[in-house]
Design a protein around this ligand. Structure first.
Ligand SMILES: NC(=O)c1ccc[n+]([C@@H]2O[C@H](COP(=O)([O-])OP(=O)(O)OC[C@H]3O[C@@H](n4cnc5c(N)ncnc54)[C@H](OP(=O)(O)O)[C@@H]3O)[C@@H](O)[C@H]2O)c1
Length: 327
């Protein structure tokens, strides 16, 4: 102990004898290193050490509603939530697909209950009577979890603004902003009665503005700001409602069958690691650690270099999409 104190004292003396310039540089270096170490510590804690507190929202008969759960990440959330002891409401627009998912889940988890909520976002966003009617169907269940997952894009992702039709633009905004706002607003009075969770699924694109995704990126940025604001509103009002925005990078799904890799997980992996973030105390989190790494590497590049790199990446992806659509 004595020797550590001596080393510390000597370092301070040596530091005190340095010219002012060196002192300033050393201080900046120490703050910078401290910041990096703190970020690495938080990253490790968040993704590898802490345990999910999803069980807080579970009782014998708790239900979770997952929007857009006939396929992709939403379907994976439904499977995983049943696996973790919740009954689930599957939402979607295709009754046959939803019935198949229901049968699949009940086959794996016969002890759980699975319901279907049929509601086409394209037709129901803004249709107040229809939304009220849908929410009324859930009156008799103990709804504790809402996953606002429905969203995404049309056949093309990279679209110049002038190429959008009015209908395309409206659908993007309905799917990624309006529906979740209208649905959550209706369900909120039920959530504020007890511990409940609202998880909103966002995207990488709201972190890194890029060409040809002005509508989609803008819609996802709305989702992120909306979710954060609601998170703080629940705190300000003293309601025990956790509102968590989960940012997602590339995922391999049946609609986007990309090759799986460390940076491109399958939908189940994405859903599992997102649910593991419940209770982390943040308003926004990356659900899957390689997505956070990938995004941070790009964000932390010097501005000019990052923007040039992003333009090149997007150009390649847009050309690839055009080739895929032609073939
Ligand atoms: N996949 C990715 O790489 C990725 C990346 C970043 C963020 N995300 C986000 O993750 C979420 C899920 O994406 P995903 O890739 O899993 O999507 P997906 O595979 O395309 O599935 C979307 C789900 O939404 C349903 N849906 C689509 N249009 C609908 C409508 N008009 N009315 C009602 N339901 C409708 C689909 O039903 P049908 O089965 O009838 O089509 C399906 O159940 C989205 O918010 C997306 O933005 C995904």
């Amino acid at each position: 102990m004595e020797s550590i104190i001596n080393i510390f004292r000597t370092s301070l003396t040596v530091f005190g004898q340095q010219p002012l310039m060196w002192k300033l540089l050393a201080t900046v270096g120490a703050i910078w290193t401290g910041n990096i170490l703190a970020n690495i510590g938080t990253f490790t804690w968040l993704h590898f050490l802490r345990r999910s507190s999803l069980a807080r929202y579970k009782s014998k008969s708790s239900w979770a509603l997952i929007t857009g759960s006939s396929d992709g990440i939403g379907k994976a959330f439904a499977h995983e939530l049943c696996h973790r002891g919740f009954n689930v409401v599957l939402h979607g627009r295709n009754e046959k697909k939803l019935e198949n998912v229901r049968a699949e889940i009940l086959n794996e988890h016969p002890a759980q209950e699975v319901r279907i909520l049929l509601l086409d976002v394209a037709e129901s966003a803004g249709d107040h009577a229809r939304l009220d009617e849908a929410v009324d169907q859930l009156e008799d269940i103990d709804l504790k979890v809402l996953i606002n997952n429905v969203g995404g894009v049309a056949k093309r992702l990279w679209i110049p603004l002038q190429d959008y039709s009015d209908d395309d633009a409206r659908l993007f905004l309905d799917m990624n902003c309006r529906f979740q706002t209208e649905l959550t607003r209706r369900l909120l009075p039920r959530f504020i009665n007890g511990p409940s969770l609202i998880m909103n699924i966002g995207s990488f694109v709201s972190e890194l503005p890029a060409p040809y995704i002005s509508v989609f990126g803008g819609a996802k940025a709305f989702g992120k700001a909306w979710s954060r604001s609601l998170h703080f509103e629940m705190l300000a009002e003293g309601h025990d409602v956790e509102v968590l925005q989960v940012q997602v990078g590339m995922v391999s799904t049946p609609n986007e069958p990309r090759p799986e890799s460390l940076f491109v997980p399958n939908a189940l992996r994405m859903a599992q690691s997102s649910l593991d973030k419940v209770g982390c105390g943040r308003s926004v989190v990356f659900g899957y650690w390689p997505h956070q790494l990938h995004c941070s590497l790009l964000i932390d590049l010097p501005g000019l270099l990052r923007d040039r790199l992003l333009m090149r990446i997007v150009k390649g992806l847009k050309e690839q999409e055009e080739r895929d659509l032609k073939s």
